[in-house]
Design a binder for this molecule. Structure first.
Ligand code: HEM
Length: 410
């Protein structure tokens, strides 16, 4: 099998439920040139090294025209590029500005202090299962939960959440390489959602400037730190980024997590008896079933000689995080799900300067959600295995996760 056909198999929906044997094949050539000019990197140490290499750019403007790659790229029509798609020094300035109100040094307790609110949101959603013996964990829990959290964090009024939900869905749909709608139609819907969301945020930011609250948008709009302030357009782009980056990813961590727990009922039972297990368990889920399977947006800024291959300047690079996470050169028995794995420096949140900004929040959301689901669902079981997956090979997870249960504990 050539590695060109291998990559097509990886993005092929037919293999979405279990791409891991294909990644094992891919790792036989750690850095491989694909037929469309994309360089895939599939082994742990090579991925880690490139994530820290300043010769890699996240800015698509550095990509020399290439034959079209198989995945669409996210763009921000009408909005400046957000910091996930920028290189230093702009990336670093904007990330520092965004970090100040989100965590240390200015607000070290922000996420920790959200524990109570997160727990309440989780219990309200599970209370909503009352009177039923089957739910779709995606629609009924894992989707609404992170949207409510990010809206609360940003300071979006509760009544506007459904609008946020619809915009986020339309924007994320554009990242799907094999949509039900045609690509042009999908891009148009996504562009429209992006510009509506941008306009909405612009108004909301003005409102927060006039009447500031304890939320992130107010802090970002008013705070004067050593780097000054974000401009209004930078602030809008950052707001859109925070909403989108933390959306489908957290949904998939929770659903992949529950799916895995239901496949390993002994672990589910242990979590019920010992909620402390949630911490290493979530790390293992980020390694074993990472919501972000690969990063398709990097470009080489120079010729890069790595693992016996020279990636030429301007070439697109795909860093296959999910494959690195199963690399036997790095992890003992990598295909084993081991919730108490000790040595677990997985790549689930990336690494280097773009390391996931929302990681502390995502971890907490997943730890609290999985613990409470394990505690409250009486005799939970999968209705179908594998469940139907989303099309998207990058942000991978079940589209629906029907779960049956006997009763609901209080
Ligand atoms: C389980 C949930 C999550 C996963 C698996 C995840 C994964 C990732 C990964 C792999 C990256 C690196 C991207 C790259 O190197 O190009 C990243 C970056 C980022 N994530 Fe997350 N993420 C999650 C949740 C969140 C949440 C909840 C937020 C927001 C509150 C968030 C905000 C961001 C931002 C802003 C970046 C860009 C950081 C930068 O460019 O410096 N993420 N995330």
């Amino acid at each position: 099998m050539t590695s060109g056909t291998l990559l097509r198999q990886i993005t092929d929906y037919a293999n979405r439920a279990d791409p891991y044997p294909l990644y094992a094949e891919l790792r036989k050539t750690p850095v491989a040139r694909q037929e469309d000019g994309v360089y895939t990197v599939s082994t742990y140490w090579e991925i880690l090294s490139l994530l820290h290499d300043p010769r890699l750019s996240s800015d698509l403007r550095n990509r020399t025209p290439q034959p079209s790659c198989a995945l669409p790229v996210e763009e921000d029509p009408g909005l400046p590029v957000s910091f996930i798609r920028l290189d230093p020094p702009e990336h670093d300035r904007l990330r520092r500005l965004a970090t100040r109100p989100f965590g240390p040094p200015k607000n070290p307790r922000r996420i920790f202090n959200m524990r109570g609110e997160l727990a309440q949101m989780i219990s309200d959603l599970i209370d909503g299962f009352q009177g039923r013996n089957q739910v779709d964990l995606v629609e009924d829990f894992a989707y609404p939960f992170p949207v409510t959290v990010i809206c609360k964090l940003l300071g979006v009024p509760r009544q506007d959440e459904p609008r946020f939900h619809a915009w986020a869905e339309a924007i994320v749909a554009a990242l799907d390489p094999n949509p039900a709608e045609g690509p042009a139609e999908r891009q148009r819907t996504s562009d429209q959602a992006r510009s509506e969301l941008g306009l909405y945020l612009a108004e909301l930011i003005e409102e927060h400037r006039r009447t500031p609250g304890e939320d992130l948008l107010s802090a970002l709009a008013l705070d004067q730190g050593p780097d000054g302030q974000m401009t209004s357009v930078e602030l809008i782009a950052t707001g859109v980024l925070l909403l989108i980056a933390g959306h489908e990813t957290t949904v998939n961590l929770i659903t992949n997590g529950m799916l895995t727990l239901l496949r390993y009922p002994d672990v589910l039972k242990r979590l019920r008896d010992d909620p402390g297990l949630a911490v290493p368990l979530v790390e293992e889920l980020l390694r074993y079933e990472p919501p972000v399977q690969l990063l398709p947006q990097r470009t080489a800024l120079a010729d890069i000689d790595i693992a016996g291959t020279v990636i030429p300047r301007g070439a697109p690079i795909w860093l296959v995080l999910a494959s690195g996470n199963r690399d036997p050169q790095r992890f003992v028995d990598p295909d084993r799900f081991e919730p108490e794995r000790q040595d677990n420096q997985h790549l689930g949140f990336g690494s280097g300067i773009h390391y996931c900004f929302g990681a502390p929040l995502a971890r907490l959301e997943a730890q609290l959600a999985l613990t409470e689901l394990a505690r409250r669902l009486g005799n939970p079981r999968l209705v179908s295995d594998p469940p139907p997956y989303r099309q998207n090979p990058v942000l991978r997870g079940p589209r629906h996760l029907p779960i049956a249960f006997d009763d609901l504990l209080t």
